[in-house]
Design a protein around this ligand. Structure first.
Ligand code: FAD
Ligand code: SF4
Ligand code: SF4
Length: 1021
């Protein structure tokens, strides 16, 4: 069925005049025609539509269908078909809008996959023309060599598209210096609702249709001159409604340098309601060659707000506020803690990040000095942390940019909600406004977490509300009281993120009925039949129409409910509620989640789109390879949420649609660390597979791979036979047909000289001797040898033993009937949680006496060893698992720790060759990459360089599977393999078994475990 629950939510409420509800037949016809007449991806299945039903707001509306166009021509064809079938169209970039403007019962057209080219750059004139789906950071990366940038630096710069930024009239942290989008767009080439291609630019150059539209709007503006003068907010940060004031600018900053009128500005901030932007011409700025940052630590929030007006007189390019709650959340987040610490002096209630940028560093340092003086004058001597190093500044800006995401990491149903989150007031009223708003929140039993563009009076405050229960009522009351304050202080109700669904109804409040009618006239002239993004800006619904919520409360027509499910893993840490006043979390398991906390863990995804990134870090390798919404963490979390709440039909949780969404997840755990709300999709995939395989059974390949640790020892005795697949002609092809293992891949070579057979027994102490040595204060460790390093690459385990012995450690290694214990990883990877629990339980029992004696458990394979610190804690194994996890260390972590403590002292021989290091994804997820570099530097002359990589693409058996081979290689080719090819003399270091295999397959080079590199430089005895 095509029209289901969320469709019911949308229609009627948001449909504008002229747009009719798309019936099933219409949707079917639309699907058919788009598939036939365009080259793009046409997505009409419920799961795909569900993935486009939300943006970063509290709303959800199921679209009619989705088109991911391959070309501009596809868009033109789609608009024509939509017009003929009377289906509305919703343009979409990254979908990071916070107000619901990117949700709608329409045909969604996603620009991000293909329409992302830079069309032209004129460096001399400082002008660039780009396609709408180009991401801001990607544009700036291309401009950097020219010494230029596009300076509307939104926090979502790694995801936000230029089309979406123009749609929202976005504003960056440095808007005090550069202005908003409206100040930086020079022209927009469009397709209008009737299919006409019209270019909007300077009014003076306009002809034909553009000139007629310009004349119409000019007359409208003239007729409303008095109203505009009286009611238009005079602040820089006003983004509500259409920019009718281009003829009579009301902004603190003129829209154009020479005071002329640019008709493209009419479309900026129009939220996709007036026209389709095909290309956008932008004004570029010279890249400042130097920046300095002063972080001012304040004892009270009020003092920070009050100081902003004095600080702006020093001419900063940015003044950004971070409050105590956000400081604490950043300190609690492993990705941000270290950086946040560098900014603090004691325990401030708030900090202001004050940036000065320009070409002469000395002049900037003088200004920084003035900031220090000013703070002294304001009785805050010693409150400024001076950051002159650009890398340190960049790290802190990243934390500030992640502000909202950090806030959203609050567990429980109460979440910080966006609806008055960007009101802007003149600076002189900032402190008074924040005090008054704090009282409003308190009256409604909540409080806000604050961060702000203090330089321009925009306050990002979100009260914590439970939208599944009483949030809607409180939202309205708070909005009404906040609006009184905004009016009192002559501010703008909508100052940055747009109107969308949460502020659409406030447009008339802000501008009055006459200007509101003028907005309707503009819509009527450009889009008379309401083709584009209905229900936004003109004829919006009520902000608190709970039928439009992502989590509709019990009184809504279709309340949000989750299915009953007994989880295989322990998710109770998410099954909690929070107190909106204190943000205190209730005890695990008390959150009333029918899935034991699994659904609430999934719901932590607030759709901010941070996972759609290509910059440093790992997340999300499958999206980096495919650019499909289905294959990004957000798409997966949305699919799981919709399935767990019954919105994809009965039994959807164990359906093929969910399996497909998770199929390319390589379980790299990139999201566990890099998703600001900690969505751990790798763990979620295990949970899913546990249920899916219960219903559908396991494939032969999955069974063979899962049980590998069980039979590895026995099979290694007949290694020659086991390797037959690699050398008998046709065997690989047969294997592909029977097991789905890619014939193109050589499988790991079985060997009979396993670690357990090849080791010198004398090198290892008995359990008793090891415990006694530990008690005597000697240097002791337990070497945990996994299946892969034990059976297929025993030289790694032997090397580790040699290095540790050379450093004087008494070593013990576990034995199990001449074979080995297993961490359960291969079982977890195929959802066999019970069997994994058995294996890892036995391993933990064997390790427990050593852990209790405080002896380090040293492992080699990151995914195996780190299972002890991760999944083993979610298997219900109790305190013993915690005890073992605390002693579990990777080989390099152990050596780095011991070297730091002065207990590891080996005189390695020098190295001359360069070294290239690739971190395994799980090492990255556990911040365990730096120790590899630290221990390599123990070798004299070593200058290890880290390759900036995401996942290598092999990920256990993933890359061996025929259906994944292409995407696996695409992940590897993104940066890893080219970097290695470019360094033919380098020693390549990779601790992950599958990483080494991928490198060997892709470059024919041998990568070494760090243990073998150290072994190579051991002094000869
Ligand atoms: C964590 C977080 C931080 C944020 N920080 C900022 C910030 O610092 N400053 C800021 O201003 N905003 C911020 N935002 C809001 C949002 O990221 C920005 O508005 C961003 O520019 C939107 O880009 P997008 O590609 O996601 O647009 P989308 O959400 O996809 O679209 C935005 C609007 O543009 C329209 N549109 C898209 N493409 C076209 C097209 N081709 N033709 C016509 N219309 C089109 C859409 O219909 C929609 O109405 C933040 C959001 C989040 C979640
Ligand atoms: S998965 Fe995480 S990073 Fe991605 S959209 Fe959801 S919350 Fe943001
Ligand atoms: S585990 Fe890796 S591949 Fe899977 S969703 Fe997270 S970042 Fe993406």
């Amino acid at each position: 069925m095509l029209i289901d629950r969320p469709e019911r939510l949308a229609v009627g409420v948001v449909a504008p005049k002229g747009a009719r509800r798309p019936a099933n037949e219409v949707a079917v016809a639309l699907d058919r025609r788009l598939s036939r007449e365009t080259e793009g991806d046409v997505l009409f299945d419920p799961a795909s539509r569900g993935r486009y039903a939300t943006d970063a707001s509290i709303y959800q509306i199921m679209p009619v269908g989705v088109l991911v166009p391959k070309s501009d021509r596809d868009v033109a064809v789609a608009l024509e078909i939509a017009r003929e079938l009377a289906v509305p169209v919703l343009p979409r970039g990254a979908g990071t809008s916070q107000c619901g403007q990117t949700t709608g019962a329409a045909l969604v057209i996603d620009t991000t996959k293909h329409l992302r080219n830079v069309v032209a750059v004129d460096a001399e004139r400082r002008v660039a023309t780009v396609e709408p789906g180009l991401v801001l950071d990607h544009l700036n990366a291309q401009l950097k060599p020219l010494g230029l940038w596009f300076p509307v630096d939104v926090s979502t710069s790694a995801q936000a598209t230029i089309g979406g930024m123009a749609g929202n009239n976005s504003c960056g942290s440095r808007s005090i210096a550069y202005g908003n989008m409206v100040h930086n767009v020079l022209g927009i080439d469009t397709l209008l609702a009737d299919g006409a291609a019209v270019s909007f630019g300077p009014m003076n150059d306009a002809s034909g249709r553009a000139a007629a539209i310009g004349a119409f709007v000019r007359d409208l503006a003239l007729r409303n001159r008095g109203e505009i003068e009286a009611r238009w907010p005079k602040v820089l940060r006003r983004v509500a409604g259409y920019n009718l004031d281009i003829f009579q600018p009301q902004s603190e900053k003129p829209y154009t340098g020479d005071g002329s009128v640019n008709l493209a500005h009419l479309l900026v901030g129009a939220e996709g309601t007036l026209a389709w932007s095909r290309t956008l011409t932008l004004k570029l700025a010279p890249l400042p060659s130097a920046k300095v940052l002063g972080v001012v630590n304040f004892p009270t929030f009020h003092a920070a707000m009050d100081a902003a007006q004095q600080i702006v007189t020093l001419g900063p390019t940015a003044v950004e506020l971070v409050d105590r709650t956000m400081i604490d959340l950043a300190l609690a987040n492993p990705a941000f803690a270290a950086t946040m610490t560098t900014a603090l002096r004691g325990q401030p209630a708030a900090i202001l990040l004050v940036e000065f940028a320009g070409d002469a560093k000395q002049a900037l340092l003088t200004r920084l000095g003035r900031l220090v003086e000013l703070m002294g004058d304001l009785s805050l001597p010693g409150s400024v942390v001076e950051m002159t190093d650009e890398a340190a500044q960049k790290n802190l800006w990243e934390v500030r940019k992640a502000g909202l995401n950090i806030m959203m990491s609050l567990k429980g149903d109460g979440k910080p909600v966006s609806f008055i989150e960007d009101c802007a007031v003149p600076l002189e009223y900032l402190a008074e406004y924040t005090d008054a708003l704090t009282e409003v929140f308190a009256r409604h039993g909540t409080r806000g977490t604050w961060y702000a563009h203090a330089s321009v009076g925009t306050l990002h405050v979100r009260p914590i509300l439970d939208m599944r229960r009483d949030g809607a009522g409180k939202m309205r009351s708070i909005a009404e009281e906040a609006s009184v304050l905004v009016r009192k202080f002559k501010g703008a109700f909508s100052g940055e993120h747009g109107d969308g669904l949460c502020r659409g109804e406030w447009i008339e409040w802000q501008f009055g009925p006459h200007i509101n009618d003028a907005f309707r006239s503009i819509k009527d002239v450009l889009d008379p039949n309401g083709l584009f993004n209905p229900g936004k800006i003109v004829d919006p619904p009520k902000m608190d129409d709970s039928a439009l919520f992502r989590f509709p409360p019990p009184q809504a027509p279709a309340p949000y409910r989750t299915i009953a499910l007994v989880p295989a893993l322990d998710w109770s840490a998410w099954d909690v509620q929070n107190d909106p006043r204190t943000e205190a979390i209730s005890a695990p398991g008390t959150g009333d989640d029918s899935t034991g906390g699994f659904a609430k863990a999934v719901e932590m995804c607030n759709n901010n789109g941070h996972c759609r990134k290509f910059d440093a870090g790992t997340m999300c390798p499958s999206f980096r390879a495919t650019r499909d919404e289905q294959h990004v963490t957000r798409g997966r979390a949305n699919t799981l949420r919709l399935a767990l709440s019954g919105q994809l039909g009965t039994d959807a949780f164990t359906s093929e649609a969910v399996k497909e969404a998770l199929d390319l997840c390589v379980s790299c755990k990139g999201c566990k660390r890099e998703c600001p709300t900690g969505v751990d999709m790798a763990r979620m995939k295990i949970e899913f597979l546990a249920h899916y395989t219960k219903r559908h059974g396991h494939s032969l390949k999955d069974r063979l791979i899962a049980r590998l640790p069980d039979y590895a020892h026995t099979v290694s005795r007949v290694a020659w036979l086991a390797n037959a697949r690699n050398w008998i002609p046709g065997a690989a092809l047969l294997g592909e047909r029977l097991l789905g293992l890619a014939a193109k891949r050589k499988l790991p070579t079985w060997r009979s000289d396993t670690f357990w057979r090849a080791r010198d027994e004398n090198d290892f102490a008995s359990a008793g001797a090891t415990l006694a040595a530990a008690q005597a204060g000697e240097k002791v460790a337990v070497l945990f040898v996994d299946t892969f390093n034990g059976v297929f690459e025993s030289e790694n385990a032997l090397a580790a033993a040699r290095v540790l012995k050379a450093a004087g450690y008494t070593l013990h290694t576990l034995d199990k009937g001449g074979g080995h214990h297993c961490c359960g990883r291969t079982f977890l990877a195929s959802g066999r949680v019970d069997e994994a629990r058995d294996r890892v339980g036995a391993l933990i029992d064997a390790l427990l006496p050593f852990a209790q004696a405080g002896i380090a458990i040293v492992g080699l394979e990151p995914s195996c060893l780190l299972t002890l610190r991760d999944e083993a804690l979610a298997l219900g194994l109790g305190d013993k698992a915690i005890a073992v996890s605390k002693q579990a260390l990777l080989f390099e972590e152990f050596i780095a720790r011991e070297a730091k403590a002065g207990r590891f002292d080996v005189a390695f021989t020098p190295v001359e060759a360069p070294m290239l290091v690739h971190g395994h994804c799980h090492q990255k997820a556990f911040a365990a990459v730096a120790p590899i570099l630290d221990v390599l530097r123990l070798v004299p002359g070593a200058k290890p360089a880290l390759i900036e990589t995401s996942c290598c693409g092999m990920s256990g058996s993933f890359g061996y599977e025929a259906r994944h081979h292409a995407v696996s290689m695409a992940m590897a080719e993104a940066s890893l393999l080219p970097a290695i090819r470019n360094a033919p003399d380098a020693i390549v270091v990779a601790d992950g078994t599958s990483c080494r295999q991928q490198i060997a397959h892709g470059t024919k080079r041998e990568a070494l475990h760090v243990a073998r590199v150290l072994e190579r430089f051991l002094p000869s005895t």
